[in-house]
Design a protein around this ligand. Structure first.
Ligand SMILES: [Zn+2]
Length: 208
């Protein structure tokens, strides 16, 4: 997912220091930035493969994903966004209480929400695979994801606000959906127009 976008000022605002950090900062010396796939690339529009090997290749993929996400100034990245057909995402994303969440999830599944937690949050959403476009999209204000870590251990990650949005957005990617697939026809068209008019600030994979 792209970083939060302020519609009112196009100035870059320095985010406040996080109140708390949940997770560990990755070692960025291990990975390599890879170019980002964009809407229209088939790898983004089909369900990714379930990960079954929890080996050094998976750890190396996660290292590359973190470096690629930071290079593109994203707050979340799914493996198919660097062209890899595998159910993995990484994140470094604030929630609405200014808690910074850092981590990865392998084979994520969104939990069904308890009845009391289905309130929607209207928010602005963007995606590194739809560069320079943003759109309003209502999503549940709370999300929980279960899956595994890089060693195959079960994990559960939950979040509110912008981080809840990120968990849903990244899991959607691995199931073959972009956020623009959840927009009205008109809003989707507008997002694609914004993308056509803009220039990404990071390397992308050209579509054939
Ligand atoms: Zn995205």
């Amino acid at each position: 997912m792209a970083e939060q976008h302020d519609e009112h000022t196009h100035e870059h605002q320095e985010p406040a220091a996080p109140a708390r950090v949940i997770g560990e900062e990755p070692d960025l010396t291990k990975g390599t930035a890879r170019p980002i796939t964009v809407v229209g690339n088939p790898v983004l529009h089909r369900e990714c493969k379930t990960v079954t090997e929890f080996d050094a290749d998976l750890a190396a993929l996660i290292d590359d994903m973190f470096v690629s996400m930071y290079a593109a100034e994203g707050v979340g990245l799914a493996a198919n966004q660097i062209g890899v057909d595998a159910k993995v995402f990484v994140y470094d994303c604030p929630d609405d209480d200014n808690v910074r969440h850092i981590g990865h999830v392998v084979n994520p599944v969104i939990e069904e929400l308890p009845v009391g937690r289905r309130a929607l949050d209207d928010g602005n959403e963007g995606c590194l695979s739809v560069p320079t476009a943003y759109a309003e999209l209502a999503r549940p204000a709370y999300a929980a994801v279960t899956g595994q870590d890089k060693d195959g251990n079960p994990v559960r990650v939950e979040g509110t606000g912008f981080f809840a949005r990120c968990l849903q957005h990244e899991t959607d990617h691995l199931n073959g959906y972009l956020y623009i697939d959840r927009l009205s026809k008109r809003a989707r068209k507008d997002a694609l127009r914004q993308m056509a008019e803009g220039t990404p600030r990071y390397a992308t994979v050209p579509n054939e």
